[in-house]
Structures are given as structure tokens and as C-alpha cells.
Design a protein around this ligand. Structure first.
Ligand code: SF4
Length: 103
């Protein structure tokens, strides 16, 4: 994925989120004022990932953003989580669903 593609993906996300109705939306997400590159850190760039996550933690659309990324398997930092963290969320949900189906 090129840097331009990454930026376009991130721009599309926050445009979508800010157009959603509801009291928690209609405001710009924190990343709208930030270099999108830090939300797609190269492997090993923990410093950039931490910076991005710190920005997400102040974002008014954090939960909706994270849920979108969990559901769609996005790359990079979304909703204050890494790809690995979101995979753990998906795995936990699969375990819960299997448990409910078995009950
Ligand atoms: S939670 Fe993070 S990635 Fe998502 S819109 Fe907000 S600042 Fe951007």
C-alpha cells in the first residue's frame, strides 16, 4: 500500500464518521488535524503507534472508529487499537459466539 493510498483510506474513514448522525458525531476526529502517516506505522515503529493511539484517546468518534476497523479488518491504528489488538477482539467475539451456539 502506498502512502497516498493510506492517506486516502484514512480520510475516507473520518469523512464517513463525521457524517454519521447523533450527538457524538458531527465533530472532526482528532486525526483530521494530524499527519495520517503515523496511523500506519512501519513494523517496529512503536513510537509512532503510541503517538497515534494517544491521539485516538482524545477522539470523539473513537468507539465507532474502532468498531468499523474490527468489522472490516482495517490496517494500521484505528480507534486507539493496533491490528493485533483488533484481531484479539475478533477472536474473543468468535469464542463468545461459539459458546452461545453450543449452549
Ligand atoms: S479514533 Fe483515531 S483513527 Fe479513528 S477517527 Fe479518531 S483519531 Fe482517527
Amino acid at each position: 500500500m502506498t502512502t497516498q493510498q493510506r492517506i486516502e483510506r484514512h480520510d475516507a474513514l473520518y469523512k464517513l464518521l463525521t457524517n454519521l448522525p447523533g450527538a457524538d458525531f458531527g465533530v472532526a476526529p482528532e486525526c483530521s488535524e494530524t499527519d495520517p502517516e503515523i496511523f500506519f506505522p512501519e513494523p517496529g515503529r512503536v513510537d509512532l503507534a503510541r503517538r497515534a493511539i494517544a491521539i485516538c484517546e482524545r477522539c470523539p468518534v473513537l468507539e465507532a472508529c474502532r468498531e468499523k476497523a474490527v468489522l472490516h479488518g482495517e490496517l494500521g491504528i484505528w480507534g486507539g487499537t493496533t491490528e493485533t489488538q483488533r484481531e484479539k477482539i475478533r477472536a474473543a467475539r468468535r469464542r463468545i459466539q461459539r459458546g452461545q451456539e453450543a449452549a
